[in-house]
Design a binder for this molecule. Structure first.
Ligand SMILES: [Zn+2]
Ligand SMILES: [Zn+2]
Length: 470
């Protein structure tokens, strides 16, 4: 899993100027009137002659004296204004998850502002996996279940404010932006994946859509999302819908989620694509491959490769959309990871279609071979072995022989030129075939004089083979 971009929404400092200015306070006219609540909105203690009502100067809600213990300095640190304990926790930059456990009941408060503020406090407190582990322990995971119940309410569109939803989804993003699969698992076990997918399908607000797609991306590497909860057809319908939206961040995390899901079960998800009416995922992939945003191109190429692996029958469709040529074009991309994803996708496609392999190696049609030769010549420890391996596997396809010509030999000589300066890994990763071929070239080729030492270490069927070629 990537780093945790969900933390973009992690801590909201906009409400914590120091010292606070008057703007954070509610005007007296906006305070809740006394009739609105007969009891304290934090602890539920009933108001009476002895237990008087107090107004929080920040949220304007009604609280008892003991829930208004604290104050904040406003202006030039001259005035101490009384705020409720919840507002005080939010305004103090010290977000401590432990402090909010005793306020769990606020999550179900009938007052939407109290609910929203509670969620804001929780969202801002979840920053590490330790925080997430702590939250899972609350009343035997009751918090997570409550979160999922709240997400489910979105699809029936109650009258709640947008702020409430962005806080709620922000909590889910921060909860699921974890390297610990247990957390995603707990969310999915509570029905979270289905709830999120339903929300994606009904959501119209772009910024909330973005939150939802982040959540989908966060949970998609968890195997449970496939086996346990989400139905592949509704998943693909949700992805299809989002990919049509021309917002780069959305497309980026949506393609990442798609690639993760295809990695779990490419066959099932590819099949699901065909079941979604007017599904345009393949068309979308073609468009995304041409966007010069490395993350999107990399994800799209990964998806192409996974789909082609699971369902070779899709190749004619790829061909019709020009996807094959687009992937080939990525071999000259600037970003190494894009090049790598493109090579993997090409390897998948040529392995499944000799006709396609012949076309891709035809110098008149594409520049795949020169591009691969250039990658090999660049002597990159990560990319060169993959390019060598791809050239080798193409060389084994009879239909490619004409197109490849001397390209493979030239490329190997090129690689050999730098072999002494490259790590052993280069030759090892290129496989036994490349090593053997190299050895052949060394024996007869013009490069023999240049080399003083060439030891090739290969892993073959788990056995380490060291061969001295000179
Ligand atoms: Zn109280
Ligand atoms: Zn307050």
């Amino acid at each position: 899993m990537d780093t945790t971009p969900g933390m973009m929404w992690g801590v909201d400092k906009s409400l914590t100027p120091s010292p606070y200015n008057m703007a954070i306070l509610k005007k007296k006219n906006d305070w809740l009137s006394d009739e609105n609540s007969a009891s304290c909105m934090l602890c539920d203690a009933e108001f009476s002659f002895f237990n008087r009502r107090h107004h929080c100067r920040r949220c304007g809600r009604l609280f008892c004296n003991s829930c208004m213990k604290t104050g904040i300095w406003v202006g030039k640190e001259t005035v101490l204004e009384r705020v409720c304990n919840l507002c005080h926790l939010i305004l103090s930059e010290d977000y401590q998850l432990k402090a909010y456990r005793s306020y769990f009941h606020l999550f179900k408060s009938s007052d939407i502002l109290i609910r929203t503020e509670y969620l804001r406090a929780i969202r801002n407190s979840i920053r590490t996996d330790d925080d997430r582990a702590l939250i899972l322990k609350w009343k035997n995971n009751a918090f997570m279940r409550q979160v999922v119940e709240a997400v489910k309410e979105y699809s029936v569109r109650s009258t709640r404010t947008d702020l409430y939803w962005s806080m709620l989804f922000g909590v889910v993003i921060n909860l699921t932006a974890s390297f610990d699969p247990e957390v995603a698992r707990a969310f999915i076990d509570a029905g979270g994946a289905t709830a999120v997918l339903t929300c994606i399908r009904v959501c119209e607000e772009p910024y909330l859509q973005e939150f939802l797609v982040w959540i989908l991306r966060n949970i998609s590497p968890c195997p449970a999302v496939v086996t346990h909860d989400a139905d592949p057809i509704s998943t693909m319908a949700a992805i299809d819908r989002v990919l049509k939206i021309e917002v780069r961040t959305l497309q980026q995390c949506c393609t990442a989620a798609l690639a993760n899901l295809l990695t779990h079960d490419a066959l099932r998800y590819t099949h699901a694509m065909t079941k979604v009416p007017q599904c345009t995922i393949v068309t979308a992939l073609a468009r995304l491959l041409t966007l010069t945003v490395p993350q999107i191109q990399r994800n799209a190429a990964r998806c192409v490769s996974l789909v082609a692996t699971a369902t070779p029958a899709v190749l004619p469709v790829f061909d019709k959309r020009g996807i094959i040529e687009m992937v080939a074009g990525l071999l000259t991309a600037f970003d190494p990871q894009v090049k790598c994803a493109a090579m993997v996708a090409i390897r998948t496609m040529v392995a499944r279609s000799a006709v396609l392999a012949a076309r891709l190696t035809d110098p008149g049609q594409t520049s795949v071979v020169p591009a691969l030769t250039a990658i090999i010549a660049a002597q990159d420890n990560d990319l060169t072995p993959i390019a060598l391996g791809l050239l080798n596997s193409m060389a084994e396809i009879d239909e490619c022989a004409a197109g490849l010509g001397r390209a493979v030999d030239d490329a190997l000589i090129e690689a050999l030129d730098g072999a002494t300066s490259l790590s052993d890994g280069l030759i090892k990763d290129a496989g036994m075939d490349a090593a053997g071929k190299l050895a052949g070239l060394v024996e007869e080729g013009p490069k023999r004089d240049r080399l003083t030492e060439l030891t090739v270490t290969t892993q073959f069927n788990g056995v380490k083979v060291v061969e001295d070629y000179l």
